[in-house]
Write a protein that binds this ligand. Structure first.
Ligand code: AMP
Length: 566
């Protein structure tokens, strides 16, 4: 069975297509969203998901979240005495999702479709695939998150040409993509985004208002990290409440003093104006890049938890002059679509076959120079040949001419990126061809770039006057041997991971620890007593007793701080 996995920045989700429908797979806590968080406890046990995320404020140096941002880089995270790369952290998440799926389905799960952002470059895609392999999963295919969301909304079942705009606002990133189906082929026509805009920024807006309101009382502590963490948690609650209600209470405790204020949906909307304005730019860019007019969009679909905010829905409705489709849970759409892709791949009889294609998310081109009016030559310019958002496989050519009198060779230096200057783009490789000695501009060189679905870039250069040809293949340099993968898999397998059955207890205990820190006075003592009692029950190791004690503890915590959110 092939499961679909949304390996998100804030949360992960896993789904399967069976008996003609998609089912979300719950984790060991019964939740369909698993926070993308890893923590190492004092006994050197690795925790993932909610149990890890609950420790974020109390054990910041042993907990990591949002590591997807580092995918494909050499970034190292130190947690306790262990060091992890982003691939290992993602592998830990994938491994726990795999275990959850196996427990739910009652059979081994070894194949998965994993989703990645449309803008992920090849290096990031390869890293994601390796994370899957380290977790013991054969990654049947990586698919773009917006393509998955469009599948969840049934784009593959439309007969004629259809175009969906996917508006994805997550915890920290915003992505807009235009997906088209034509003749059974699904294509990302364009994608644009802002990787510094998401639900977290809207939390900041609330935090700012509260800081202004209590500036006098909080005086010297305004910049304290601990206060910030407390405000952030309260802001998250308030923001979620405002997705349902017209106003909400914002309360927090700081240095034994309780603070409380009211925030209305209108105030929140006013404060968020600047952020809402930033939602427009990527939308306009994707429309421009794809040449798709608004009127020919068949659906606007909302993805990502932060699209639950009323002000975002309102902004989208105003922008497109119509209501977006939001009948699928915005946090589940991507995983659901990945599950559908899994079924398509397995040729599930219920689903007609469709072909998915990708776009090249960045421009590829060569270094060039420009003769200026002054006679001087401006060097280091970037001339794109294959522009971003071309559907791949793609192949384009461009003709250059020599710059200097009697030069004997021309060097083609290949870069990837969007800057006008090569120094700001990524160098991929170079090749040199001999040219006939002649005055500047008299020899011409044809350069063709071809990019295929596996990330192989082929450079073909031909000198028109002599017919001399040269070819260069730029493959991914990140290939890792099977042997190396095996070593990494074993290293990860050695880590002590909490057994699934004790994860709920760990999560409850971590939450109680956080709640203790957020309370003061009598309430704090009360929570301390609860923790003591719960630890005493855990020590007896009677599963039934543990379960009922956990339910009691959770109920009391819900009363104190409202229901837990993912
Ligand atoms: P994602 O990255 O798609 O998992 O989205 C996570 C973001 O969705 C976080 O910033 C959450 O605060 C936000 N989110 C989830 N549920 C809600 C809600 N009911 N109202 C507002 N924002 C939400």
């Amino acid at each position: 069975m092939i499961v679909g996995i949304d390996l998100g920045t804030t949360n992960c989700a896993c789904a399967i297509y069976r008996n003609g429908a998609v089912e979300m797979i719950p984790n060991s806590l019964g939740h369909v969203l698993t926070p993308s968080a890893v923590s190492v406890d004092e006994k050197d046990n690795v925790l993932t998901g909610l149990a890890a995320r609950e420790r974020q404020s109390t054990h910041a140096d042993r907990t990591v979240t949002a590591f997807k941002r580092y995918m494909g880089s050499e970034h190292v995270t130190k947690l306790g005495k262990h060091s992890f790369g982003p691939e290992e952290l993602s592998a830990l998440m994938l491994r726990s999702l795999k275990a959850d799926a196996e427990a739910y389905l009652g059979e081994p799960v070894s194949e998965a479709i994993i989703t990645v952002p449309a803008y992920f470059n090849n290096k990031q895609r390869k890293a994601t695939k390796r994370a899957g392999a380290i977790a013991g999963l054969t990654v049947e295919r990586l698919i773009n998150e917006p393509t998955a969301a469009a599948l969840a909304y049934g784009i593959h079942q439309r007969d004629q040409q259809s175009r969906f705009l996917v508006f994805d606002l997550g915890g920290g990133t915003f992505d807009v993509s235009i997906i088209e189906i034509f003749d059974g082929v699904i294509e990302v026509r364009a994608s644009a985004g802002d990787n510094r805009l998401g639900g977290e920024d809207f939390n900041e807006v609330i935090i700012e208002r509260v800081r202004r309101k209590f500036a006098a009382e909080l005086k010297n502590d305004l910049t304290a990290n601990e206060l910030y963490q407390r405000l952030r948690e309260a802001a998250e609650r308030a923001r979620r409440a405002l997705s349902e209600a017209q106003s909400t209470r914002f309360s927090f405790v700081w240095k034994d003093q309780a603070f409380e204020t009211e925030i209305t949906a209108d105030e929140f909307e006013q404060d968020s104006e600047r952020l809402v304005a930033r939602l427009r730019e990527p939308v306009l860019r994707s429309m421009r890049d794809s040449n798709v007019p608004v009127a020919s969009l068949d659906e606007i679909i909302l993805v990502g938890g932060a699209t639950r905010m009323k002000l975002v829905r309102k902004a989208v409705t105003l922008m497109f002059q119509r209501f977006p489709a939001a009948n699928i849970n915005p946090d589940e759409a991507v995983a659901r679509g990945a599950a559908i892709q899994g079924a398509l791949k397995a040729r599930n009889a219920d689903l007609a076959e469709v072909v998915l294609t990708d776009v090249c998310p960045y421009s590829l081109g060569v270094e060039s120079g420009e003769r200026q009016a002054s006679g001087q030559t401006l060097l280091g310019l970037f001339t794109p040949i294959l522009e971003r958002n071309n559907v791949i496989p793609a192949s384009r050519e461009h003709v250059f001419s020599t710059m200097d009198d009697y030069q004997t060779h021309v060097k083609m230096r290949i870069y990837q990126g969007e800057s006008r200057w090569v120094k700001d783009n990524i160098f991929l490789g170079e090749l040199s061809v001999p040219v006939p000695r002649a005055r500047a501009g008299l020899a011409s060189i044809k350069c063709r770039l071809s990019y295929d679905i596996n990330g192989l870039l082929e450079v073909d250069v031909e000198v028109a006057e002599t017919g001399v040809q040269k070819n260069l293949i730029i493959a991914d340099r990140e290939g890792v041997s099977d042997q190396d993968m095996e070593v990494r898999r074993k290293a990860l397998a050695k880590l002590k991971v909490h057994p699934r059955e004790t994860e709920s207890n760990k999560a409850a205990l971590a939450r109680a620890g956080r709640c203790y820190e957020n309370c003061t006075g009598d309430q704090r003592e009360f929570v301390a007593r609860l923790i003591g009692q719960f630890e005493a029950v855990l020590a007896k190791q009677d599963p039934r007793e543990c379960e009922s004690a956990r339910a009691e503890l959770t109920a009391v915590l819900d009363q104190i701080e409202g229901q837990v959110f993912l």
